[in-house]
Design a protein around this ligand. Structure first.
Ligand code: CO
Ligand code: CO
Ligand code: CO
Length: 320
């Protein structure tokens, strides 16, 4: 997309030139639409759970922009000769129910015969043009709050090799099917400086986008980052996706690793997430109210993991 001509349009408030979570288009003085799409290949055996995960994952970018999701369209591809339509129906049901929980109306979709099974959605949200939360507003002194634990990539990789313990599979499904709705409502109630959601680039990759776009740096306390129990064991056994390795290679270019941070933890901090949590940059004086607002809404995993510093711009210190 970087090859595409950039045609200035004053109504495009957030477009392709930034690495933000979704595009924002202004319709009137007090209304903008926020649009995103996401689709994934199956990660768990249960088709209903897979549908719910894909839906929670797709709608997450709307929450990360501080917007309210309103409508969605299904995107489905499957090898019709090999997969029974009833299985696809279960996937769609999982997505439909998850979006109903989010208060989103599914108003259509498109299905194609495709060698690989894919499912996802386009999601449209609404927001006041002045209340869009982007990834570029983080300020020195802000605290960083992460709302879901990490390690989903390693867990999903282990599922494919039958190496992930069953209880870890159910925890991961619970994490991935949890909407970022409550966390986003808490952040909007308190007022924050920046937000993104943690997905394919891993915690550090998405934090890098925030600090680079905001012209600041960050410090992360590795021991404060919630890593799902059992994930470091998987990583120790070299069970993690190739994406974690390539994310780590990129992270090495902007991260100052404290020597006491073990390699397994470094990989976990770069592990690609599906339907990950929100990463919020909140003024220090508001962090207690934010944590309280999260707790009140049942966001049980929220943790303060670090802070924003003035410099070096775009870089991250990871301490033990
Ligand atoms: Co995102
Ligand atoms: Co996305
Ligand atoms: Co955003």
């Amino acid at each position: 997309m970087q090859q595409l001509p950039k045609i200035p349009n004053p109504k495009v408030l957030v477009g392709i030139e930034t690495s933000d979570d979704a595009g924002v288009y202004q319709l009137s003085d007090d209304l903008a639409i926020v649009q995103t799409l996401d689709f994934i290949t199956p990660i768990v055996d249960d088709p209903y759970a897979f549908g719910a995960i894909a839906a929670a994952n797709a709608v997450s970018d709307i929450y990360a922009m501080g917007a309210t999701p309103v409508t969605a369209l299904n995107i489905v591809g499957y090898p019709a000769a090999q997969i029974d339509a009833s299985l696809v129906a279960q996937i769609l049901q999982g997505g439909y129910d998850k979006l109903a929980e989010a208060g989103v109306a599914v108003i259509g979709g498109h299905t194609v015969d495709n060698p690989a099974l894919i499912y996802g959605l386009t999601v449209t949200g609404i927001v006041h043009p002045q209340k869009v939360v982007t990834n570029s507003g983080a300020k020195p002194g802000d605290f960083l709050v992460l709302t879901k634990p990490i390690g989903i990539g390693a867990i999903n990789h282990g599922i494919k090799q039958d190496k992930t313990p069953p209880e870890l599979v159910s925890t991961a499904i619970e994490v991935m099917t949890t909407l970022n709705k409550a966390a986003a409502e808490a952040m909007l109630e308190v007022g924050v400086n920046a937000c993104t959601d943690v997905t394919g680039f891993g915690l550090l990759g998405h934090l890098h986008e925030v600090v680079a776009a905001s012209g600041v740096g960050a410090k992360v306390s590795a021991s404060e980052v919630p890593i799902l129990d059992g994930v470091l064991d998987l990583i120790e056994q070299k069970i993690f996706p190739g994406g974690a390795r390539s994310n780590k290679r990129f992270a090495d270019s902007f991260t100052h690793w404290h020597e006491d941070v073990p390699e397994t933890v470094r990989i976990a901090l770069c592990d690609p997430q599906t339907s990950g949590g929100l990463l919020v940059s909140v003024p220090k004086e508001k962090v207690d109210s934010l944590m309280e607002a999260m707790q009140k809404r049942g966001v049980k995993w929220a943790a303060i993991i670090g802070e924003i510093v003035a410099e070096p711009i775009g870089e991250v210190y990871v301490e033990p």
